[in-house]
Design a protein around this ligand. Structure first.
Ligand code: ZN
Length: 113
C-alpha cells in the first residue's frame, strides 16, 4: 500500500504526521496518545480507537461527563449557580465552605479554600 500524503483539513496547508499528543480534560492529565499532527497549524487528529482509549482514561480518573450545563438563578441582588453533585463530590465541596470567585476572560473561576 502506498503511503499518501495527508493534508490537514483545518488549515489545508500542513501535512499530517504521526506523533503523540498530551491529552488533558478539565486540567487533569490523561497521558500521551498517538495522533496525526499537522506540521503547519499543530491541530491533532485521533482515530476512533484512540478516542475510545481517551474516554476510558477519563472514566478511570472519574472526570468523564463532569462538564454539564447549569442555569444561573437569581438570589437577592446576586446570581446563583447550581454546582452539579458530581463536581461537588469530586472537589469535596460542602455547603458553607468558602471559595474565591473571580472572572477570567469570559469564564468564572471558583477556587475552594
Ligand atoms: Zn493544519
Amino acid at each position: 500500500m502506498k503511503n499518501k500524503k495527508q493534508i490537514c483539513p483545518i488549515c489545508e496547508k500542513g501535512e499530517l504526521k504521526k506523533g503523540k499528543i498530551q491529552e488533558t480534560m478539565f486540567g487533569v492529565n490523561l497521558g500521551k496518545f498517538p495522533a496525526q499532527i499537522c506540521t503547519k497549524c499543530g491541530e491533532s487528529f485521533t482515530d476512533e480507537k484512540t478516542t475510545i482509549a481517551i474516554e476510558k482514561k477519563a472514566k478511570e480518573k472519574g472526570i468523564w461527563g463532569m462538564g454539564k450545563m447549569t442555569k444561573i438563578a437569581k438570589s437577592g441582588n446576586s446570581l446563583a449557580v447550581r454546582i452539579p453533585k458530581k463536581i461537588a463530590d469530586y472537589l469535596n465541596l460542602k455547603e458553607g465552605r468558602e471559595a474565591f470567585i473571580h472572572p477570567e476572560k469570559h469564564k468564572i473561576i471558583i477556587e475552594p479554600n
